[in-house]
Every structure is written in C-alpha cells, then in structure tokens.
Design a protein around this ligand. Structure first.
Ligand code: GUN
Ligand code: ZN
Length: 436
C-alpha cells in the first residue's frame, strides 16, 4: 500500500475535472497483484482512514493520471522532423527506409528501449504503437514494456503491396505471423495486440480480408490503421477501391470497424463517415502535430463532438513532432481554433484545457476500450500516475503562481509545459524518476 499526499487531478466518467489542492491518493495491490487506486480525494476527508501509515508527501506538486497516447510509431523515433511536401513522399523517402532497418532485431531492441524510456520521461504510461512489418520488432517493444510493467498495445504492420523491398510482407505469411504474435503476447501482463494493416493502399484486398477475419476470431484484440489523412492518399485509396462509398468504408467492408478499432487522422471525412464511426463504436486518433507538420489538414473537433464518435489525442511520432502530451494538447488547441469560412465548413472552437487533458487521458482510454482501467485516478483504476512540477521553468512558475482557477493552471501547463514538468512517472509499483 502506498499513500501519497499532493494536489490531485482526476476526472468524472464524462470528463469533468476533479481537483483537490491538498489531495490523498492510496494505491494498493488487488488479488492479482496489480496496483489499483483504493482511494482518491481530499487529504482532510481521507486521512483518518490511513492513520499511522507512511505518507509520501509532495508539496507544491500535482499528481495526475498518466497520459494515454492512442497512436505512435516506435520505429519512427529516428525520423521525427524529416520534412517532405506531404505524406506519400515522406513515407517513401524517410519512413520506409527507417522501418527497413528493423529487419535487424538488435536495432529493434535498441530503439524499443529508447522509445519506452522516452514515453515515460514524457509522462505517457499507456500507448498504442505501430511496430514494423518485421515480427521481431513487435517482440522487441513488448519485451521492453513488459520489463517496466507498462500497459502497451502494438502489432506487426501488414503491408503486402505498394511498399518497397525491406518492408513489404507476404499476404498469407503476414497474417500467420500476426496470429502467432497474438497467441504469444495478447493479454500477457498488461500487453495487448493490435491487428495493424498500415493503410488500405498498401494492403491487397486479400490481406485486408484476412485481417478482418483475424479481428473477428480474436474480438478483444485491437485494430489500428490510418484513414483520410492527406488528399493524395485519399485519391489513391479511392482509385484502388472504386466501389467503396468512401475511403473509411473500405475498412468497414473488410470487417475492420468495430470496438477497439482505432483510425489515425480522420481529417477528410463526410457526415456519413462520421456516422459510421459512431455506429461501429470505432475510434479516431487525433494527431495534431503530425497533421500540422505534414500539412495534412485540420481535424474537425466540433464535427466529431456533434457526430458523437469516440476520439482522443495522439502524438503520431515520427510524422508527429513531439513525444510530449503537452505539445500535442497545445497543437490540438490551435487546430480546434482553426475554422474554414467557406467550402468544406469546419467550425473553429476553443477547446477547454480540461477537454484537451481528458482527450489525452481518460477520454483516450475510453476510446481504446480501457475506460476505468487507465487514464484516470478514480478508485478501481490501475495506479499509473505522474507527478507534475508547475514551477519547473521560471516562466511557468511565474505564470502558474498567478492562476486563479484550475482551468488557468491547466492552460498554463499546456501552453508552457513539456517534459521538464514531468518530475516522476509511476507505473503501478515500478517508479521511473528521470532526474533521480
Ligand atoms: N499512413 C500510412 N502509414 C503512415 C505513417 O507511418 N504515418 C502517417 N502519418 N500516416 C501513414
Ligand atoms: Zn501513424
């Protein structure tokens, strides 16, 4: 049992922030030895319950739920910041060559270790990540996450066409490898498998059909892919699947839209696509730094909210430019503000700091089907949390000291914060202190 005393941020089921300036968080192992929140609330209200216990006191700090990154590519750690005129040349010139290096398991192991440490350093305690088409790249990431007790979802990329030698897989072998990885890793400790067709243009209909069949046979696995990110990509997908109603509908036709399916980007959608996401309870991973960097477009936050499909924030490293959830939340705010006056109308709106934070914690967890498991610190949730220092930089110290409300404090952290704010990342019983 661990008792912590500090300011404490958590959320209600529907994403309202609950904040105790002087809070108590009690974490205790459940029957299976998994650390869970036993109590969370004000110090005054809860202290009597834990009379006589050792308390870890962090004055001036904020305990908050670990961040959830819904979409990230660990093999693209080394291509961050590679400029290109758009998605397709970026894939061809930087991404595929970088991913081809993962044919060497030693390279995969070394990048996986760096990647997991970088997630934790930035306060990300749960991630859904692409590996590469090489099965050993999946083993490498699961091994690193397992060693740290992290909750992590990944999968072998399926891409049997329109891909260069070195990353292209074989239609049938790719599916056999995926099933073997499901059996080896899915549900082991805190690990989960995601069936991972890269995107419709790089998989044959036969491979997509096989992926959908696999998803039906293993209904509690995840599915991850990309959709409607870039105009050239969309034109290509439409040309390859001319009978589908839309690019998104291609996936639906192969049984790849269901709960626990996550599509990155979802920028250029129409009303029917949005209704389809909602009907299938399929999630969108919103990747603002990537969309700004690659010039892909602007996610329609108001449209998503109105249509009512689940969505959450993601870094999409290496198209995305930062591992830091603070940078992603800030970029989402900018994208939210951007409205288009005419043409394909996108209404600008001002996302609140609580909405931004929720979409990168509990909201993202809900979108992954991990509601009440991670991304929150209500009783019963797994006990991953971060310790934030609102005085981590001179400017942030000055600004946060003048915050008159929780919204102002959270906004100061979103706008001025980054990895320097994350003083500790605590994964269940394991503790990771970057500065220690
Ligand atoms: N579409 C297909 N593959 C990728 C990828 O690796 N990154 C991004 N941003 N989009 C993709
Ligand atoms: Zn991606």
């Amino acid at each position: 049992m661990q008792i912590y005393r500090s300011a404490l941020l958590r959320f209600t089921q529907d994403g309202q922030a609950v904040y105790d300036e002087d809070g108590l968080l009690a974490i205790a192992p459940d029957d299976q030895g998994r650390a869970r929140v036993q109590a969370a609330g004000s110090w005054q209200a809860l202290r009597a319950r834990y009379e006589g216990r050792t308390v870890t006191h962090w004055p001036g700090r904020i305990i908050a739920p670990g961040f959830v990154d819904m979409h990230i590519h660990y093999p693209q750690t080394d291509v961050i910041g590679s400029p290109a005129p758009g998605l397709l040349p970026w894939l061809e010139n930087y991404t595929f060559p970088a991913e081809a290096r993962f044919a060497d398991p030693g390279h995969g192991a070394q990048v996986a270790q760096f990647f997991v440490e970088e997630l934790l350093r930035n306060g990300v305690t749960t991630a859904m990540a692409f590996a590469t088409s090489h099965p050993a790249s999946v083993d490498a990431l699961f091994t690193q996450a397992q060693a740290r007790g992290m909750r992590l979802i990944t999968g072998k990329v399926l891409q049997d066409r329109h891909s260069p030698d070195g990353v292209r897989d074989d239609t049938v072998q790719g599916l056999i490898d995926s099933e073997a990885l499901i059996q080896r890793w899915h549900g082991v400790d805190r690990l989960g498998y995601a069936i991972t067709p890269r995107f419709a243009p790089t998989s044959t209909p036969a491979q997509l059909r096989g992926a959908g069949e696999l998803a039906a046979r293993y209904p509690d696995t995840w599915i991850q892919s990309h959709v409607a990110e870039n105009r050239d990509e969309i034109d290509w997908a439409r040309a390859l699947f001319p009978t589908a109603r839309s690019y998104l509908a291609v996936y639906d036709g192969f049984g790849l839209m269901r709960e626990r399916a996550v599509y990155a980007h979802c920028i250029h959608l129409d009303a029917e696509d949005r209704a389809l996401l909602r009907a299938r309870r399929t999630a969108a991973a919103v990747c603002p730094t990537s969309n700004l960097f690659l010039g892909s477009g602007f996610f329609d936050h108001a449209g998503a909210h109105e249509a009512g499909f689940v969505h959450g924030l993601a870094s999409d490293v290496g198209g995305g430019t930062s591992f830091s959830p603070f940078r992603t939340m800030q970029a989402a705010y900018y994208v939210g503000r951007t409205g288009v006056e005419s043409g394909q109308a996108k209404r600008g709106l001002s996302l609140t700091p609580t909405q931004l934070w929720w979409q990168h914690t509990g909201g993202a967890a809900q979108a992954l089907g991990l509601d009440g498991v991670v991304g929150n610190l209500q009783p019963g949730c797994e006990g991953d949390f971060i310790v934030l220092d609102p005085r981590a930089t001179p400017l942030l110290a000055r600004r946060s000291a003048q915050a008159r409300s929780l919204d102002e404090l959270l906004f100061a952290l979103i706008v001025l914060g980054d990895d320097r704010v994350v003083e500790q990342t605590v994964i269940s019983q394991a503790k990771y202190a970057p500065s220690a």
